[in-house]
Structures are given as structure tokens and as C-alpha cells.
Design a protein around this ligand. Structure first.
Ligand SMILES: [Fe+2]
Ligand SMILES: [Fe+2]
Length: 339
């Protein structure tokens, strides 16, 4: 099995010696730009000379790092460094502590800030989805959405730039972050551009597959065809998410409808209810378009990812009968817009 963090993969077959491989198992690869903050870092930083080498210590923790050191490394083409797996929690705390400062730093290119927020968002969602504690999840989603609104409302984010910095691995935490960020961009283009609406699109996107946390991994990661029994279980997730959230006062109706109705389809063939056309909440229709797009452009246990053009062609075929045609056209235009 490869070692994963998001989809940063260290494929064992790519490592020529067992010693270097075993050494690497003790380390977590992290994107270097997530460490580009001023002051001291709470983790030791390791570098790898070559793809097959074991990591070597580069900078000890809690020692002031010169401000230009990591930017210089980035310029030299080093994008990934390593930290000890014993420091994962400290690293995640570092991400959370620094996210507000980094996304507000206009001297950093927007792409880097998008990447930082994406890495942080996935890391936070991974943690809270694993813990499966609703209070903790809602609190984390609330914080993350505030950061997303700040970055997405305050900047002209091109969908193609966003696509290039996101991961496409279809872990539920990756998929949820992607859907939330795409939903904000599509919603903004459709005129839902107030901070309040963007926040709802973000929260609803982050929570839309909450009910999937109840689905056994054996079904989610199944390589072969799913049987009817598997599908019955999978189709319960919008309802399970709705039941978990319906009595939570902090979850608005707009957000709840994204959770409950994102698998409804325009012609009534969706689930859980079989609503038709405008009976489906507009935010749920937005969610459906970007949910299908992200599913198509992510690699799955049983297939590789579609290209963006292939995915857009599929969306085109689904427009009118299954997905809102105007929203599909709008998403296609956004995807094709140059950055
Ligand atoms: Fe879903
Ligand atoms: Fe989904």
C-alpha cells in the first residue's frame, strides 16, 4: 500500500532500497508552501536528495528560519519536504493557526493561498470526519467556511487555477472540500454572491456527503461493480445527513437542502424523494453539477479520473434531463475561462 496524506503518494515500488523505504515510512511528505510563515516552526524539517533516498534533517524545530529560506527552496523546484509522523498533530495545529494570516497575505500569489487553504481544509476535514463527532465537525466547518469566504469572495478565483491546486483523489474529505469550493464559484457566477450566500454554499458543500460517513469502507472502496444491496446503502446518505443536521440551529435551510437534495435529478429520477425541476432547491442543483464534475475528475478505486473536457462532455449529456442546463452551461463557461 502506498503511504498517503491527501493523495501525496510515496509509491513503494518507486523506492529502490528497502532501507530508504522503511526510513521514509517514518515521515510524512508535506507541501513546502504550508511552512512559509515567519518565525519558528514547531516541527523538524527533512529533505530528500533523490526520490529513492531517505530524508535527512534540514532544519530543527523552534529555531528562527530566515524569511527567504523556504521561498528560495520553492524557487529551486523543491515543493515537498518531510516531517516526522510523530509531529502530525503539531503540523495540523500549525496549519490551523496560520491559515488566517496566510490567506490574507496579498504578497503571496493567489494560487499559493488557494493551495494552502486546500491543504488545510482537507487536513481539518480528514481529522473531524474520522473522529465522527458532530459538534466538532460543525465547529470546524464553520471556521473553514469563514476562511473560504474570505478568500473566494475577496478575489477573482479562476476555476482552472483552483482545479490545478486541488487534489482529485475522491477521499470524502477531499471531495467535500472540492465540492464546497466549486459550489462557491458557480454560485457566485449565478448571482449568489453575498457573503451570507457564499458561506451557505461553502458549509452545504463541506457537509453534503456527511451521511456517507455511515457507509462501510468496503462499499466505498469496492473495485468491482456495486450490487443492489450496496446501492441501497449508498442511496441512504442524503437522508442520513439530513437527519443528523435537521435539528441543528446553526445549519440553515439552504445548507440543509444541499445535503438532502444533491442527488435529486431534474427529470425526477434522483433520490431520496424524486423531486422534479424547480422543486429542487437551487443550491442543491448547484451542488449536483459540481458534485458530478468532481466525481468524474477524481480517480476512483475502479477507474482513473476523466479529463476536464471528458467531464464537461458528460455534464453536457446530463444537462436538461438530469442536471440544471443553465448551471451546466455556466460551469462549462467558468472552466473554459482563461485564468
Ligand atoms: Fe452524495
Ligand atoms: Fe458528493
Amino acid at each position: 500500500m502506498p503511504t498517503t496524506f491527501g493523495d501525496l503518494l510515496l509509491a513503494p515500488e518507486a523506492m529502490s532500497t528497502t532501507t530508504a523505504y522503511l526510513q521514509r515510512q517514518k515521515f510524512l511528505p508535506v507541501p513546502l508552501h504550508t511552512l512559509c510563515v515567519t518565525g519558528e516552526l514547531p516541527v523538524d524539517i527533512y529533505l530528500c536528495q533523490g526520490r529513492d533516498d531517505a530524508p535527512v534533517l534540514f532544519r530543527r524545530r523552534n529555531i528562527e528560519i530566515p524569511p527567504d529560506e523556504f521561498p528560495k527552496l520553492l524557487e529551486s523546484g523543491i515543493e515537498t519536504v518531510f516531517i516526522s509522523r510523530d509531529h502530525v498533530e503539531v503540523y495540523q495545529q500549525h496549519l490551523e493557526d496560520n491559515v488566517a494570516v496566510i490567506i490574507a497575505n496579498e504578497s503571496l500569489p493567489l494560487e499559493r493561498r488557494l493551495q494552502f487553504l486546500g491543504d488545510t481544509g482537507r487536513s481539518i476535514l480528514h481529522e473531524v470526519f474520522q473522529a465522527d463527532q458532530l459538534d466538532q465537525t460543525l465547529e470546524a466547518v464553520d471556521d473553514l467556511s469563514n476562511h473560504m469566504v474570505e478568500l473566494f469572495a475577496g478575489n477573482e478565483v479562476a476555476v482552472s487555477d483552483l482545479f490545478s491546486v486541488l487534489r482529485h483523489d475522491y477521499h470524502t474529505y477531499t471531495h467535500s472540500y472540492n465540492v464546497a469550493s466549486y459550489a462557491m464559484l458557480l454560485g457566485k457566477e449565478l448571482g449568489f454572491s453575498s457573503d451570507e450566500k457564499l458561506r451557505s454554499l461553502s458549509v452545504g458543500g463541506l457537509l453534503h456527503d456527511l451521511g456517507k460517513l455511515k457507509i462501510p469502507r468496503t462499499i466505498l472502496n469496492k473495485k468491482g461493480r456495486l450490487d443492489n444491496q450496496d446501492w441501497d446503502i449508498i442511496r441512504r446518505h442524503p437522508f442520513d445527513g439530513f437527519v443528523a443536521l435537521v435539528n441543528r440551529p446553526e445549519v440553515s435551510r439552504d445548507q440543509l437542502m444541499m445535503v438532502y437534495q444533491h442527488h435529486e435529478r431534474i427529470d425526477g429520477s434522483g433520490y431520496p424523494v424524486g423531486l422534479i425541476g424547480d422543486e429542487i432547491h437551487p443550491f442543491a442543483r448547484i451542488c449536483s453539477v459540481v458534485d458530478v464534475f468532481d466525481a468524474l475528475t477524481s480517480s476512483r478505486p475502479y477507474r482513473t479520473a476523466n479529463t476536464t473536457n471528458e467531464a464537461l462532455e458528460t455534464l453536457d449529456r446530463l444537462a436538461n434531463d438530469k442536471l440544471d442546463a443553465e448551471m451546466v452551461q455556466c460551469w462549462k463557461a467558468l472552466m473554459k475561462k482563461p485564468s
